[in-house]
Design a protein around this ligand. Sequence first.
Ligand code: CA
Length: 227
Amino acid sequence: MHRILIVEDEQDIADLIGYNLQRAGFEVIKAHDGLVGTELALRERPDLILLDLMLPGRDGYAVFRELRRDPRTVNTPVIMLTARAQTEDRIQGLEAGADDYLTKPFSPKELMLRVQAILKRAEAPPGAVDFTYGPFRFDKNSLKFYLNNEPTELTSTEFKLLLFLCERPGKAQDRNDLLRTVWGYSDATHSRTLDTHMKRLRQKLGTYGTLVETVRGVGYCVSQADA
Ligand code: CA
């Protein structure tokens, strides 16, 4: 049974989400402020976290950063909950490396679709766990990445984007395909963040960043490695 942590200070929303998740067979734990949320996440090791951004005690971004720094929760999928008008929050959240976001008010159906899509993606993909491409090595189970055998920190989004490209070398990948790979669907907010993710990814790859090419009008491509 998957366990989900809800960090949300608005009791009504937390209860409604909790009710729907439990009805769908999930185990639910709740926190109503950022400090308790962080503590529960580290102690209970949930399979997924729904994280409101505006929280008393410690805001959602601070909670998120703390969870990403701790080895116990570094790979735990996080869906950020944002208010309708805050497009910038959604973009900031995705760029910080959140797995997805939900805009309030959202329907129980939308919630379930996102939760299930993310849990499915979090499961280890079938086939080889290790994938090597030129100087890059991916451990798909732990989402650990090695650059010339040196452990290199990538966000889960950067990891998924680079892996997707490296599994299809020399072929330009359409922006929408990349968006769907990482988030399960494509929309304008995600599209706006894609280039930032790619830019940061290139920086982390150092001199190998040039292997990731921009294909104008299409998307991105990883160059064919010289075996
Ligand atoms: Ca709130």
